[in-house]
Design a protein around this ligand. Sequence first.
Ligand code: PHB
Length: 393
Amino acid sequence: MKHRFTSPRRRALLLGAAALSVAGVSQAQSADPIKVGVILPMTGPSASTGKQIDAAIKLWMSQSGGKVGGRKVEVLIKDDAGVADTTRRLAQELVVNEKVAALAGFGLTPLALASAPIATQSKTPMVVMAAATSSVTEASPFIVRTSFTLPQASVAIAEWAPKNGIKRTVTLVADYGPGNDAERFFADRFVLNGGQVLEKLRTPLRSPDFAPVLQKVRDAKPDALFVFLPSGQGAQFMKQFGERGLDKAGIRLIGTGDVTDDDQLNDMGDVALGVVTSHHYSAHRNTPANKKFVTEFEAMNKFRPNFMAVGGYDGIRLIFRGLEATKGSGGEALLAAMKGQIIDSPRGSILIDGQSRDIVQDISIRKVERRDGQLWNVEFDTIKQVKDPGKLK
Ligand code: PHB
């Protein structure tokens, strides 16, 4: 007859097996990768933003070994083609199905805004690596930003221009969030400094035609045209600026550095020479940290990093820093751990302001010059640790 009760020896064996399987489960759990969901425009009109950020993340993964505290970090890259409904759907899927510790990417303002409610509802940190309208960080308490803001970049050139012979300007911006910010913050500061804005022109975000607005600029005969166009549109704009002879007509070109984007600058030709812009990153920056970044980035990707790449690189580093502090947890703990971080970036020291969750960084004034046969944004003046002026209003 069989014993109804397990013998002490058998019980010990069973307990041992149970303990083993518990250990096995917890081992499997901690060996599970920590997932980070990155949504980028890898195709469509903003594909260069996706290409740059993707390349920067891959660089960091290879430099860091892709691990936090011995645990693998898996980065899931999803292509939204720059369409907001797709961004929102992908964010939802990454949170619900993949249980990502953080969302990241967001190549344009409308894409970040579309995903913000998902970050809020699921309490998932959302690291904005590209979008740059000031108000983006206010769309969710779970957003932190590692790119820049248009007010941050625009005010610096509005300070520089009137001191350098530019008294009358026309502004030209892409007609959506960051363009509105650039137009307003440039014009307000420029007028405060005694300048005059003759006309405020706008082009649509999608398929802009620069010919009619450039004709208006020619007719208005300003000392300079101030321009903000999103990354990816600079080369086409610059070509038409030259073709329509605005440079020959003595109209100077100034703007935020999006228009002389390092992704396209080298192919723009002589028309870009002398263009003065303000921005937070130039691949030309002559510091050991930047030289190392540019050299390793180019060795891996065969193209020059631009300001989008730096936003992505610092964004993934910020996520790693946060995950180190939380030992791999996402959610509110990760958000808290990312606030107040200081990172030694290729662009210089950056701070994620604990209160606004926005970036504080240096902004430089740069002029396009040819050096060793290549075009670069050569920095010649720097304003230290600029907070987003959009938050001060
Ligand atoms: C934006 O949509 O927020 C954006 C995109 C590209 C830029 C700047 C801002 O270069």
